[in-house]
Design a protein around this ligand. Structure first.
Ligand code: GUN
Length: 291
């Protein structure tokens, strides 16, 4: 029987733990604060940010939301980041990506105080993660690690294949998987769009993480019997639904489920975990800034 990895349920448990941490901080006079900044009119980005704000409310984090006209000069975004860096009530800052073309994404990431960089994207935090001394683990890779932990999926000595080399998911996750426990010590291969004979690589893996951003890219024929399949993809594809689209992962769920030992659905797999780990990082930031 294939085990369906229920990210929604695990995320709910984690949010409950986080609520307790927020209450402890409150008792010390600290209300964790997360600022989200949106400089985009992309519908998906708007949805993601509003879900993050709703999550904050649920666990007692003070959510602050700033919207900047996507046509505004880049300086407006940098001034906003500067203000948030200097605001003692803001412990975490998340600038929703992508930003408009006239804004340099790397400069934006570098402008955020690394102590408030709850995405874990600042070069200082990337360096710390690679060095095995992570301050903020990026939310999606951390969420994947937590799912593996909850479902007691052995990573020690396992062959893991990460399909995707993004700064947000593929690279940090591969770094975490090769590190020591917890949820490390895996022999990890990173594949990408130029990988030759991808199916040969995924077909030998005990754990396959699909994070290429290509709808239903990995199917059952590319998997080893009993493999754990973690689908990070969230792709909107045209469909005859009320919204006019459907969400599909990077894995062809139907064929993969027949082969896999355990698999995450989309939605309800990695997505809720990403959101929960953002709350985790915000509480961590608040605890550290409170001293
Ligand atoms: N856009 C898509 N995913 C993310 C994320 O994890 N963080 C930020 N800041 N923007 C994103």
């Amino acid at each position: 029987m294939t085990e369906i990895i229920d990210g929604k349920a695990v995320a709910s448990d984690i949010r409950e733990e986080i609520t307790g941490c927020v209450e402890s901080l409150e008792a010390e006079g600290v209300t964790p604060g997360l600022a989200t900044v949106l400089m985009s009119d992309d519908a998906a980005s708007e949805t993601y940010v509003s879900m993050k704000q709703r999550d904050c409310e649920e666990v007692g984090i003070n959510g602050i939301h700033v919207e900047i006209d996507p046509e505004a000069p880049a300086e407006e975004l940098f001034e906003t980041i500067d203000d948030l860096n200097n605001d003692p009530e803001v412990h975490g800052i998340l600038v929703q990506l992508p930003v408009p073309d006239h804004v340099d994404k790397r400069e934006v990431i570098r402008a955020i105080d690394p102590a408030k960089d709850v995405d874990g994207f600042h070069p200082e935090n990337v360096g710390r993660l690679v060095a095995g001394d992570a301050r903020f683990k990026p939310c999606t890779p951390h969420g994947v690690q937590k799912l593996l932990e909850y479902y007691e999926i052995e990573t020690e000595g396992a062959d893991a294949v990460v399909v995707g080399r993004s700064d947000i998911v593929g690279k940090p996750l591969a770094n975490l998987l090769i590190q020591k426990a917890p949820q490390g010590n895996a022999t990890t291969t990173v594949c990408h769009s130029r990988t030759d004979d991808l199916a040969a690589k995924t077909g030998d893996a005990d754990i396959v993480v699909a994070a290429a951003g290509v709808p239903e890219f990995i199917d059952g024929s590319m998997l080893q019997e009993g493999a754990t399949v973690i689908d990070v993809g969230v792709n909107r594809v045209d469909a005859d639904t009320d919204k006019g689209y459907a969400l599909v992962g990077d894995v062809d769920y139907e064929s993969a489920e027949e082969v896999a030992g355990a698999i995450t659905p989309v939605p309800g797999g990695v997505g809720p975990m990403t959101r929960a780990m953002l709350l985790y990082n915000t509480v961590k930031a608040a605890g550290e800034q409170a001293g």
